[in-house]
Ligand binder design. Structure first.
Ligand code: FER
Length: 377
C-alpha cells in the first residue's frame, strides 16, 4: 500500500486558505422532530428526499481507471457478492450476514436535537488540555482529552480520536453545543445508548519542519497524512500511558470532519490493525487522486488500494451533506470507490446540508452510537 507519509514533496503552488469557505457553523436544526428511528417509510422532514444511489451520477474521479489492474489483494467475502441495500436512509454495502449492519441497523439522517446540547440532568466529564512529545514531529504537540463523566482508574475505557478540518486545531471538534462530540457522546451514554468513552482531540498537522498549516498545497497535505505516524508512535502510546484505556482495535475509533474525515480514512486504511471503528464526515479531497478548485491532489492512495488485505474495520462509515460547497462530491466518490472495491461500508447523505451542520452532528451522533458496540452486551 502506497503511503505518502515519508514523501518529500516540493511545494507546487500556493492555494488560498480555506477558512472563508468553511461553513462549520452551529446551526442546529431546531425544527427537526427528534427521530431515534428512521425507516424507509418515514414521511417527515427532508429525510424522505434522500435519493437512492442508483440515480446518482458517479463522479469522474470515482470511475475505475482504465489502466488499473484487477486487485489480487481483495479477500473474497465469505458471502454473496455485496449488494447495495437501502435500509432506512443509508446505503449499506455488504453481503448477506455482514456484521457491520448490526452495528448501525438504521441511521438517523438528522441527529435528534435533544442530543446536541448540554442538559442539566446529564453530567459531563473533565476536559484536559495538555501536550505530548511527538517523535514524529520533533516537538511538543497540543492535545485535548475529554474524559467520560465519573472517569475512574478502576475501569478501562475505549478511545475515540476526533479529527478537525483543514487549518484547524485540537480545539475545533470538542464544542459544547451542536456538532460537539463531547456533548453528543455524553448525552448518549447517559441514556445507555452509547459506550462511555474517552475522546481525544489531536492537532493533526504533523510536519517535522514547521509548526502549523499554511496553505492547501502538497507539502501541507503530506504533513497531515504524516499524522498516521504521530498517532501510532506518539499519541496513542501517550494516551495509553496516562489514562485508563482499553486497548486493541475493538476499543479504538477514529472519526473526523472534512480534512479530519480524509485522515480518518487514511488511518483506517493504513492501520486496520489499530482502528476498529472509522468514521468520515464530509471527507476532503485527496485520499485518492482528484482535482478540485484548490489542488490537483496526488492521492494518498490509488483507488484500487482502498481495500483491506487482512483485518477490516467493524465499522466504516462515510456521510456528507448533499449540498457541500467545499468538498463537493468527493465523499460520494469515496463511497463509489469502496463499492467498486467491494469494501463493506455505510454511506448516507444529509439532505440540504452544506459543509457543516447538520451533516457533522448526523455523523457524530450515529458514529458514537455504533462505536464499540461489537463488544457491547
Ligand atoms: C480540498 C478541499 C477541502 C482540500 C481540503 C479541504 C486537502 C478541506 C476542507 C476542510 O477541512 O474543511 O481540496 O484539500
Amino acid at each position: 500500500m502506497r503511503r505518502i507519509l515519508k514523501r518529500s514533496i516540493v511545494v507546487l503552488g500556493v492555494c488560498g486558505m480555506l477558512f472563508g469557505l468553511m461553513a462549520c457553523g452551529n446551526e442546529a436544526d431546531t425544527d427537526v422532530k427528534p427521530t431515534t428511528e428512521v425507516s424507509d417509510t418515514a414521511t417527515t422532514d427532508a429525510d424522505t428526499t434522500v435519493t437512492p444511489e442508483a440515480t446518482v451520477t458517479p463522479e469522474a474521479t470515482a470511475t475505475p481507471e482504465p489502466t488499473a489492474t484487477p486487485k489480487p489483494t481483495v479477500t473474497p467475502r465469505p458471502t454473496a457478492t455485496p449488494v447495495p441495500v437501502f435500509a432506512g436512509e443509508a446505503w449499506f454495502e455488504f453481503g448477506e450476514g455482514e456484521p457491520m449492519k448490526e452495528l448501525m441497523t438504521e441511521v438517523s439522517v438528522k441527529a435528534p436535537t435533544e442530543y446536541l446540547n448540554m442538559k442539566s440532568e446529564v453530567t459531563y466529564g473533565e476536559i484536559i488540555t495538555t501536550t505530548y512529545y511527538s517523535t514524529t514531529c520533533g516537538r511538543d504537540k497540543n492535545v485535548i482529552i475529554a474524559l467520560p463523566a465519573g472517569y475512574t482508574e478502576e475501569k478501562e475505557y475505549p478511545v475515540t480520536y476526533v479529527l478537525h478540518g483543514v487549518g484547524g486545531s485540537e480545539k475545533d471538534m470538542i464544542g459544547n453545543g451542536s456538532s460537539g462530540v463531547r456533548v453528543i457522546a455524553a448525552n448518549l451514554a447517559a441514556k445507555g445508548e452509547a459506550e462511555e468513552m474517552i475522546l481525544v482531540f489531536p492537532n493533526m498537522f504533523s510536519s517535522a519542519t514547521k509548526p502549523s498549516f499554511t496553505a492547501i498545497d502538497h507539502e501541507n497535505m503530506a504533513a497531515y497524512d504524516n499524522f498516521v505516524n504521530d498517532m501510532a508512535n506518539d499519541l496513542m502510546p501517550f494516551i495509553k500511558d496516562n489514562y485508563s484505556v482499553a486497548t486493541g482495535r475493538e476499543n479504538t475509533a477514529v472519526v473526523g470532519f472534512s480534512m479530519g474525515g480524509r485522515e480518518s480514512l487514511c488511518l483506517g486504511f493504513s492501520r486496520p490493525d489499530l482502528f476498529g471503528y472509522v468514521g468520515a464526515i464530509a471527507p476532503a479531497p485527496g485520499l485518492t487522486p482528484g482535482k478540485d478548485m484548490f489542488l490537483d491532489h496526488i492521492g494518498t492512495f490509488k483507488e484500487d488500494e482502498l481495500v483491506f488485505e487482512k483485518e477490516s474495520p467493524f465499522l466504516l462509515m462515510i456521510c456528507s451533506g448533499d449540498k457541500d460547497s467545499v468538498v463537493g462530491k468527493f465523499p460520494l466518490s469515496y463511497h463509489n470507490i469502496l463499492t467498486t472495491n467491494e469494501v463493506s461500508h455505510i454511506w448516507w447523505e444529509i439532505p440540504g446540508s452544506n459543509h457543516g451542520d447538520p451533516a457533522i452532528s448526523s455523523g457524530l451522533y450515529n458514529f458514537c452510537k455504533a462505536a464499540f458496540q461489537k463488544n457491547a452486551e
